[in-house]
Design a protein around this ligand. Structure first.
Ligand code: BGC
Length: 732
């Protein structure tokens, strides 16, 4: 509905433009052309891309990042094409443009929405200067399988945490108003269920039960629609037999008709054509039909719309009005971005590369680091440390510190861990020795030379930086084995034989299987791929400039065989026994009962969702509720006291879960419903209040309705999904 004069004016403008367009020009708007940085039109279209733009046969461009070329192409569109419709330039800007922030999974580990929002706003400012106005981010696929390489690109295993980050990041990219020249249109992807890829192998099938789809995979998308996301991308995945690029039920009936999403929906890269290979469409014509009927507005790169829609209209399969509808949404996006008035790049150069930006990157990296082991409070390193040895293929690798999808990252802005600790040691007069031993993560270990052995022996602490390189994560980079790649584990073992004071820093884009790291290290800091300022962040944490405050956004398995493992699992008819983890993983223990267990490993994760240590301790007490019996329209108010009982000031992440004890269908053991990250000084007690609408307990019941069922509930408050205080309450 049009609410004011501005809306009416805008709509008239767009309608009159559509009135002037030929069908080819309309299809042009629906075609996204890929022009790589080398200015070559990638595959699929043999015609010169400049002449396509001039004819009005391309509406948006993916992958062009050179500012001058962007200006040049825009000039052709605006000044030389018949109707002068501006292009939108799009790019996968996933966790920073030139300044790289921690990978999204690491950002989720910070549990700090404010910082993630600021990072997205800085990203938007940098990208728009280049002329890019559309990013294919955030990826809000709930990810429960660390074998899948794209787990790095999302915000972890929990629908509520993912939804919260989705909203924050969208706010950051899009700002108050899309027409601000420094705002980027966001794109929530991949609608929907792409992360449930069988076996964790990319582009595999995703058979998701309908209730799980509703309660786990769809909520982040609904949250992003509520946050006003400008665009949504349909996934590559075959969802229970229906590829998402032609899934009318979800794209048209749910997203458009029920959720009223009137932004742009874009296909994934070549995904419309891939429906032919998936055996869902006979040919490009059928693929185009299924996609447009699903109201996908833009086809990314492949040419089925361009080649077949006109024919589909002529043959009466579709009405021109359906095309107009898609074009209207695309022009509307261009209008909202202010491109008709100001098609060229943001000129606000003065605002980039500031101390403010670097500090946000530093703080976000610092808050995303997770301390997983710290024997005898070995960390933070004490003032009496006089000699340090730094080892490892990732200690001084700028590219690998940035992580996957950082192709526009400015390498000169990256401060590696080694560079950072070197200047710290110089300042503090600490002797430092460095040897990567392994040149990269993909080689076998042979030996440590005598000089290095001697340095390791004489050091007060040996810091070993190991893990995955950037290209071990991201799209298509899936792994069946999740241990430390190749020679790194042996190298670590050897180092630990020489000196017991090993601090291991893990750079990785996913939870790895880290038992051997734990057994060969005194302390372990999980650093993910922490981005441009990550090296400094690690140094700050190791030397106690701040206390670690990252918490796991995804459970850590003990072995690949436990995957998928996630905290919000259903209850069991024969629950695993709560017994001490006494048997070594891989050894057989006697099966005690007829319970849901493995013979050769404990059923519990190595570290649960929400877990992370700090340099202090927190005590939770006095959980209270506003009411014990609530109505559907009430909010559950939860009060808790948290005391910092150690001697270091620190952030703590207070997490609130609920359990719906009995349902018309079985319910998860726990579900995260609220959290807050709070800075608590030593000895300080803070009282926190969480207000959680009862309506947020809705789920898909036995009839397929989304409801809250009356009955008994539990609320849990604590520092991770396993260590919580709890109370009961009832919903009438
Ligand atoms: C990925 C998308 C990405 C697109 C454009 C695809 O292969 O699945 O996430 O946005 O390429 O680069």
């Amino acid at each position: 509905m049009l609410s004011n004069n501005k809306d009416i004016e805008e709509s008239n403008f767009i309608d009159s433009l559509i009135g002037k367009m030929t069908i080819r020009e309309k299809l042009g708007q629906m075609y996204q052309i890929c022009i790589e940085a080398n200015n070559e039109n990638v595959a699929f279209n043999l015609e010169d891309d400049r002449s396509l733009v001039k004819k009005g046969f391309a509406g948006s461009v993916i992958n062009l990042v050179d500012r001058n070329l962007i200006q040049e192409y825009q000039k052709i569109a605006v000044e030389e094409s018949r109707l002068g419709i501006p292009l939108i330039f799009a790019r996968d800007i996933i966790h920073g443009f030139n300044l790289i922030f921690p990978i999204p999974l690491a950002q989720a580990a910070s549990w700090n929405l404010e910082l993630a929002e600021k990072a997205a706003a800085i990203t938007a400012k940098e990208a728009t200067i280049c002329g890019i106005r559309w990013t294919f981010s955030p990826m809000i696929d709930v990810s429960r399988n660390p074998k899948w390489g794209r787990v790095a690109e999302g915000y972890g295993e929990d629908a509520f945490l993912v939804s919260s980050f989705a909203q924050a990041v969208i706010r950051g990219y899009q700002g108050e108003n899309l027409s601000d020249p420094s705002s980027l249109a966001a794109c929530s992807k991949h609608f929907v269920g792409y992360s449930a890829t069988e076996d964790g192998r990319d582009y595999n099938v995703t058979p998701i039960p309908p209730r799980e789809l509703n309660d786990v995979y769809l909520p982040p998308f609904l949250s992003s629609v509520k946050a006003g996301v400008a665009t949504i991308m349909a996934g590559f995945n075959d969802l229970d037999g229906i590829p998402m690029s032609g899934n009318k039920e979800l794209l048209k009936k749910l997203l458009r008709d029920e959720w009223n999403f009137d932004g742009v929906v874009v296909s994934d890269f070549n995904s419309i054509t891939e429906m032919i290979f998936q055996g869902f469409c006979q040919d490009g014509k059928e693929a185009a039909l299924k996609s447009i009927e699903s109201e996908i507005d833009i086809e990314m790169v492949s040419l089925n719309y361009m080649n077949f829609i006109e024919k589909l209209i002529e043959e009466g399969y579709i009405d021109t009005e359906l095309v107009n509808k898609c074009v209207r949404r695309i022009l509307n996006l261009k209008h909202k971005l202010g491109l008709f008035k100001n098609p060229y790049s943001n000129n606000n150069f003065t605002e980039i590369n500031s101390d403010f930006d670097n500090n946000v990157a530093l703080e976000l990296a610092e808050q995303s680091l997770i301390l997983l082991k710290n024997n005898a409070s070995f960390l933070p390193l004490k003032d009496d440390v006089q000699k340090i040895t730094v080892i490892g293929p990732l200690a001084d690798s700028k590219i690998d510190q940035m992580g996957c999808w950082s192709m526009d990252g400015d390498i000169d802005r990256v401060v590696t861990f080694y560079e950072s600790i070197k200047s710290y040691c110089l300042e503090q007069n600490i002797e430092l020795y460095y040897d990567s031993i392994l040149p990269d993560c993909r080689v076998s270990f042979e030996t440590i030379d005598d000089v290095t052995v001697e340095h390791i022996r004489r050091s007060d602490v040996v810091i070993v930086v190991v893990g995955e390189d950037s290209l071990m994560n991201g799209e298509k980079h899936c792994r069946a084995y999740l241990s430390l790649p190749l020679g790194q584990s042996k190298m670590l073992e050897k180092i630990a034989e020489i000196n017991k004071n090993v601090v291991t820093v893990v750079y990785a884009g996913r939870p790895l299987i880290i038992k051997d790291i734990l057994s060969n290290s005194t302390s372990v800091l999980y650093a993910w791929h922490p981005g441009s300022m990550g090296g400094k962040a690690v140094t700050n944490i190791l030397f106690g400039k701040s206390s670690p405050s990252g918490r796991l956004p995804i459970s850590f398995p003990r072995a690949e065989g436990q995957i998928p493992i996630y905290y919000s699992h259903k209850n069991y008819g024969r629950p695993p026994l709560e017994r001490p983890i006494s048997v070594n993983d891989g050894d057989f223990h006697n099966s005690i009962g007829w319970t849901s267990e493995y013979l050769d490993i404990n059923h519990k994760p190595l570290f649960p969702f929400g877990y992370g240590m700090s340099y202090t301790k927190f005590e939770y007490s006095e959980i209270k509720l506003n009411k014990i019996i609530l109505d559907i329209d009430d909010s559950l108010e939860v009060y808790i006291n948290v005391k910092n009982v150690g001697s270091v000031d620190s952030y703590e992440v207070i997490q609130v879960y609920i359990t719906d004890v009995v349902g018309s269908v079985t319910r998860p053991q726990k579900e995260l419903k609220a959290f807050e990250k709070v800075f608590i000084k030593q000895e300080e007690i803070v009282q926190l209040k969480f207000s959680i609408p009862v309506k947020s307990f809705k789920f898909t019941d036995i009839n397929g309705d989304f409801v809250v069922e009356p009955g008994q509930f539990k609320v849990w408050v604590g520092s991770n999904s396993e260590e919580c205080l709890n109370m009961e309450f009832y919903v009438k």
